[in-house]
Design a protein around this ligand. Structure first.
Ligand code: RP5
Ligand code: MG
Ligand code: MG
Length: 277
């Protein structure tokens, strides 16, 4: 895989903390360099039920690389190293120590539902004139935190199953379930429950996310839910909610610029359906 890039953005998100800039060959832990970045942790994490305590808190005894009670501290990337009590990012240096804004030391697990349909006009599939391949669309959201377009994914809650996270996050971000009436919610939950029965696993592993640090990082399970006829998901009435400020069907092609490593996840879906890229 490619060396992570968004995890090395000069300015760390949500503030003005600067990373130490690294060249690609300085990223692997195995490359010996003199390296002394800041250790940063957001004040926001204090006393949050979904966040770990500070790593040097004497009462905090995490079991890294294992299922730690209800907290999954296992990485899809294999066994990660621990140095000075702190987990080391499996993809190498990021220019910042600490856990930044992320709640967990080590892997922070997310799930990404990639809902797709074919682009049509008058019920005819639209073909790209150069590649001669049909154009796929995915249901994308614009993130409130950075305005970038993204897959409507989210963090796996403590003790939650990934299959639940996929549905919950899609309902929150693309159906605004957190601000719906009881009747709307019941109706939408049925629609999603039904449509999300048939999914294809696209990817499991590290996400090159701008919030990553040397000691905390994002990982995801991405699943594709495809509406071949455009009769189910294709007809959803979408309404942005929670950490999404807009939602829409987005034409897929290789020039798409999306949040974190989402465009590489989308590319895998394209290959699966032999669609235009
Ligand atoms: C990304 O962060 C994952 O791929 C997922 O889409 C997202 C989860 O974080 P939040 O949307 O909850 O901020 O790296
Ligand atoms: Mg969310
Ligand atoms: Mg989200």
């Amino acid at each position: 895989s490619m060396v992570h890039k968004k995890s090395r953005s000069i300015i760390y998100p949500f503030g003005n903390v600067k990373r130490v800039l690294l060249s690609d060959d300085q990223v692997p832990w195995s490359t010996k360099i003199s390296y002394d970045p800041l250790e940063y942790e957001s004040l926001n994490l204090k006393n949050k039920p979904w966040a770990d305590p500070y790593i040097d808190e004497p009462s905090f005894h995490p079991s890294f690389n294992s299922l730690d009670g209800k907290v999954n501290r296992q990485s899809y990337m294999g066994i990660y190293l621990i140095e000075n009590k702190r987990p080391l990012n499996p993809e190498g240096r990021t220019g910042l120590k600490g856990r930044g804004v992320l709640g967990r030391w080590g892997p922070n697990h997310a799930a990404d539902p990639i809902v797709t349909r074919w682009k049509t006009a008058n019920e005819t599939k639209q073909i790209n004139s150069i590649t001669k391949l049909p154009i796929l669309q995915f249901c994308g959201i614009q993130r409130r935190d950075c305005n970038e377009w993204a897959i409507p994914g989210g963090m796996v809650d403590t003790g939650e199953n990934v299959s639940e996270t996929l549905k919950r996050e899609f309902l929150e971000e693309a159906f605004n379930s957190l601000e719906s009436t009881k009747e709307e919610t019941e109706k939408n939950e049925k629609i999603i429950l039904d449509f999300f029965k048939h999914g294809e696993e696209i990817y499991k592993g590290y996400v090159d996310d701008p919030r990553n640090t040397d000691n905390a990082w994002m990982e995801t399970v991405a699943m594709n839910f495809h509406d071949e006829t455009g009769e189910s998901a294709g007809k959803f009435s979408l309404r942005a909610g929670d950490d999404a400020k807009s939602v829409r069907w987005i034409d897929i092609d290789k020039h798409l610029e999306l949040y974190a490593s989402h465009s590489s996840l989308i590319e895998k879906v394209v290959k699966l359906h032999n669609a235009h890229w």
